[in-house]
Design a protein around this ligand. Sequence first.
Ligand code: HEM
Length: 492
Amino acid sequence: SFRQHVPKGLKRPPGPRGYPILGNVLELRKDPHLVLTKLSQKYGDVMEIRIGTRPVLVLSGLDTIKQALVKQGEDFMGRPDLHSFRHVTDGQSLAFSPDSGEVWKARRKLAQNALKTFSIVPSSTSSSTCLLEEHVSKEADYLVTKFLQVMEEEKSFDPYQYLVVSVANVICAMCFGRRYDHNDQELLSMVNLNNEFGEVAANGNPADFIPVLQYLPSRTMEVFKNLNRQFSSFVQKIIQEHYASFDREHIRDITDSLIEHCQENRAGENTSIPLSSEKIINIVNDLFGAGFDTVTTALAWSLMYLALYPDIQKRIQEELDQTIGRERTPRLSDRGMLPYTEAFILEMFRHSSFLPFTIPHCTTKDTVLNGYYIPKDRCVFINQWQVNHDEKLWKDPSTFNPERFLSADGTKIERTESDKVMIFGLGKRRCIGETIGRWEVFLFLATLLQQLEFSLCAGEEVDITPQYGLTMKYKKCKCFQIKKRFPVKSSP
Ligand code: HEM
């Protein structure tokens, strides 16, 4: 409906003209987050582009995005029915499927509760504050050992492949109650294909908008479908094992708690929205999938910034030495007392903006935004990168400077500043793993930095240009090096 009817007194959002049939697809071939940021400077916060023949609304500016996702949250909480998303969890994904009705709401609630119970709820059974702390401490300790071992053997290395297994182990522990060895081939073959996932699921993938492209052979699309199948069968196998050993007196992990929920459902104990067992159990697919790529990418960017800015790294380590010392390992409860470390993490989120857009949204009804008419079912891109680099919000946005988040005396985070960083989305579709994500990144980094110093091989050029995708990573970099900060205390 290119020539749609626009009600009297309202305007259609402005935007670049685009070619017939192709629309703006050629302009978007490379780095859509940068192209759309530039276009927004000309056309404004509410802009319409075309990909193929399909119109897409692009939102920029923190106030406009808040207006849409928070104040008009119901209108903008949908997900578009995109070709690639139909392959994620058999088209039933909590995050990617077009459902935004009562079933989605009930599943989101279930996911939030299960996640919380097995991560951040204060623990009664372990010596840790909560299960998340227990899992992350264990994996981070293991990672220190692994890095030292690899450094010894290789003299320089790419930390990514070790980070991804450690982070996957944390979410595996919560979802499935198990961990994997760093050499486990089944896990490695899946987690290493994740760049391909992000490439296809990215905002603006032409095949999602130009139907003819869906019938042409495409290597990335084949990899994407395979990856989703492999992912589902990996999870399916673990679910079957859980069913076989299920004991309702002893709920071990998120999978068990979802199975328990299925059984309550069948027994009619639950009076709310009826959900099929399949749609309950496969929630764990989304949690596992969303839970490792994002956090791994955050840690990979963190290590890169630390190595590129040794003075910033030193200052974090001084803060850790002063607050925690060297006699004990960091804990989640230290977070509030480490403002500089926190400022570094915020700046890493802002500067990298490694999730340049949220997952695409879609309008659920005809609506009006900033005086512009937006019809129902309009696909909407939310440009988080633009918010994090907006000259109106940030001084020298391209400079990496954690201090922008600190109060003048350096003792605390300025909430007015930290609230402007947009990386978890906003409103009804806001990330449900935000607390876990923030805490996990903090505890991994604090544990690594207490013991290790990160650097890059002298004289090597590193290319940190983000590779566009749903999550953006820099190119594989094998020239990381580490040093132990202090000798291990030898027992007498
Ligand atoms: C959705 C960011 C970690 C689970 C999202 C969205 C973003 C995001 C931008 C889309 C919001 C939107 O569409 O408006 C991040 C970042 C993370 C992180 C930056 C880490 C640093 C996690 C973790 C989990 C998780 C650890 C779970 C264990 C989800 C789920 C959704 C989601 C299930 C879909 C929500 C829905 O569609 O209703 N996240 N995330 N995320 N995230 Fe995260």
